[in-house]
Design a protein around this ligand. Sequence first.
Ligand code: G6P
Length: 691
Amino acid sequence: MNQRVLVASNRGPVSYQFGADGSLTGSRGGGGMIAGVTDGLAALDPGTDVTWICAALSDADRAVARSQEADPSDEGLRAGIPVRMLDIAPATFDRAYNNVANSALWFLLHQLFDTPNQPRFGREFRRDWESYLAYNEAFADALTQEALSGDAGLRVLIQDYHLCLVPRLLRNRLGHRLGEDARDAGIGHFCHTPWAPPDYYRMLPDEVGWALLDGILGADRAGFHAERWATAFMDCCAAVLGAQVSRVGLGGPGPGPVGRVTYRGHVTEVAVNPLGVDAPALRERARAGDVQANVDALRRAAGDRKLIVRVDRTELSKNIVRGLAAYRELLVTRPQWRGRVVHLAFAYPSRSALAEYRAYTDQVRQLAGQITEEFRTADWDPLLLEVRDDYPRSLAACALADVLLVNPIRDGMNLVAQEGPVLSERGCALVLSREAGAAATLAADALLVNPYDVTETAEALHQALAMPDAERQRRGAALAATAAADPPARWLGGQLASLGSLPGAGWPARSGQWPSWPASAVSSATTPSGPATTRSAAAATCGDSALALATAQPGTPSARSARTAAKAGRSPRSSPQNKTERAARSPASPVSALPLSTPGGRSSITRRPGSAARPSRVASSPSGARSRSSAACGSAVPRVCTATACALSSTQVPSGAPAAASTPGSAARASATAAGARVVVSSPSCHRCQP
Ligand code: G6P
């Protein structure tokens, strides 16, 4: 039987722009996650049936998502990935992506909050959280549709913090739809960022922190780039959810399983899969004329001086300002380098919708300007700051680097730290933050620094510059070999292989019995983590919207809409969410074909390649979408379950007590657990419990 692979991520592998004449041009999406998944998929057996579901990020993407055309061909194609873009209502998308994913979750997972002032989880955040929920539902609905439209063995690979709720939502939707059908399926979630330890994670409102963990635990496998992040995740599962965690030491940088989390009767394997680079392809790309032209230009600009290179998005976690401060300190404390070194700093634009990012970009420019002012001489420019995304130029800079500076505050992995040594012509010394996931694999041959310690970083830059050629070459070669050891093909293939071998993965035919996630709605007075949140009976009775209810303050629109909906027996969703769901279920959802592998786009350095592919038409896709009534339940409470609130049942049953979950499709009923304190109410007709 052929394998079927569904990928879900916020940013997709292709993005579109309008030309001056209104025509659409497609170019490859940028970033390490895109590079890893795209190149990993390219290496799969050609018979594998792949669909990649992503959000439409721009008006041009939305036009594509809405249109019925696609261009399945492009120069340099080895294969095509069918891409389905979700046209999520702009307001919903903005709140989910900018306000929750980028402002709350990114800051949380990278521990970036300026805690005396941020975060502030008030009513606005509760509103944003509802959008995050709706946005995750849109993905879960689209995945469900795709999953049900094919017979092949199914693997679902869900990417990143944008989509934490999707595994649980999907598990519920598929479980209820598939019934007793034999189905070979597995859900994986992969987080490309760090994970925060429980003390920091607990900054989130309880119900939000709980829902995110519970969402990921809907997967059969939760993957991370480094054991550190996987361990932090398991620590949160134990501390926040009270889940049962069993750990196995990895004894190295991975790949491999590091533990299992048992929660709501389902076992999730927690595993490490470090993502390296496709070294041959990267080197081949660097031999192209556009890169070589930049090599010549940069060589002329630097003369015979040493080059310190960095390539980053202008991203708070990348720590560019402290990197510049360290370079300045180097020039102050080690004056022998003045006139003998040039710092090439590539700081590409990122997330400019957020004020923090705009302010950070200003800081970078300001400090760079000060350094130039302070040290520049008639024949020496100490610092070249490049803020325009230029992929060939970044590759050229890496090829010429004597020293590569990668000093993030925290980073899930960091591919630049691996790409630099692979590209380097003379072997580069790597000054690497010990807080990057890549430090787990590269530590032995890099110069590790504490990213907050500017003086230590300056000293490491000095050591790197002064390193004897032979040692730099030896270390550089070792770094390149390590980076090449886990190419995307192995990273993605390993995840698929272990998803297929997990005893807990799959649906009834594989596991022999229904996993005990509840189809029922559950009412309880406490959250799994304790009495931190009070849920109304109505809230706890209905999964998805229970979360909305639980997070809404009395009098807020969501609380009001939920109560109104409860009276009317319909979903309490406000119109944007309903629009989102309708959009996601639209039969017109397009599937376009993407270049799976172009000679130009294999690197995380490729943030925004800029090299637009030729204008695309967008293909139609008879998606076979079904629309569902949002008033499926005629009950007195809003019957809108995503498992998120339904989760209360099994976790709260003391060991030895009968499970409180009910079989999908069972008639409404109530039962008391051995603890005598919990009442389980299930409805067979809830449209989200039983999509
Ligand atoms: C970085 C992270 C990825 C994440 C991406 C999102 O590359 O490593 O894990 O998916 O940022 O970036 P975006 O530009 O889409 O917000």
